[in-house]
Write a protein that binds this ligand. Sequence first.
Ligand SMILES: [Zn+2]
Length: 67
Amino acid sequence: MPHDNIHTCSYSCERPACIRAQRDELVQRLFELVAEAVAAEREASAKVCEAYKFAPAAEAIRARGKT
Ligand SMILES: [Zn+2]
């Protein structure tokens, strides 16, 4: 992650470069959180399939996360 425009200021900083950097950082974190939530949901679904001895479905569900 580039830190070229980031200096030691807080989120109240109003320099355009800082606002952009902070916004990009928040968007990146949001994407990471969503990706984690999706992965967790997929793993939970796969575990349910395994619990019911339906391994092919579990593998198919996990495979969807690898595209
Ligand atoms: Zn700043």
